[in-house]
Design a protein around this ligand. Structure first.
Ligand code: HEC
Length: 141
């Protein structure tokens, strides 16, 4: 009985992770944090928050501060490990990481354009692999 519940919970999380904004189900399994989010989901929320702040700074002509390591999207444990192990995910991740590098190294004049390219790289991966959070990511444009 307990096992059946655990299986149901895990299945629900797997089904919800990319189709809803925030899976709230309690977690089972060591790849998921006690708050119900995977390491990758937590990282994604950090990237989103940092990008929102950066967008405001850039609009003011200021240089954004970057703390979150974008490269971690290649190693953080995901709700659906097989999805992030795919060649598609790795290709989208590489292009996103490149866009972050270009944004960090650009002049203030180039920053608005580079920021859009980065947000597009977020969106490209989500269009292909994880449509749920697209509405939130749209706010970065
Ligand atoms: C290479 C693919 C890829 C890229 C690039 C990417 N994401 Fe994600 N994102 C995912 C996947 C897969 C998940 C599901 C994570 C999980 O549940 O383990 C996710 C989840 C999310 C979530 C939901 C987190 C939650 O609480 O469930 C948000 C918000 C998000 N991403 C925003 C972003 C933003 C903003 C960027 C760019 C700064 C970005 N993503 C770049 C693949 C990507």
């Amino acid at each position: 009985m307990k096992l059946q519940i655990a299986v149901a919970v895990v299945t629900t999380i797997l089904l919800l992770s990319c189709s809803t904004e925030k899976p709230q189900a309690p977690a089972a399994g060591n790849f998921i944090n006690p708050n119900g989010s995977s390491e990758l989901a937590v990282l994604m929320n950090e990237l989103f928050a940092e990008a929102e702040t950066a967008k405001q700074k850039i609009a003011l002509g200021e240089k954004p501060k970057w703390k979150v390591d974008a490269k971690k999207i290649l190693s953080a444990a995901a709700t659906e490990p097989e999805k992030v192990a795919s060649p598609e995910y790795k290709a989208f991740a590489a292009s996103y990481i490149e866009s972050v590098k270009m944004l960090k190294n650009c002049s203030p004049a180039e920053a608005p354009q580079r920021f859009k390219m980065m947000a597009t790289a977020c969106m490209n991966c989500h269009n292909a692999l994880c449509p749920g959070p697209r509405k939130r990511i749209q706010k970065l444009f």
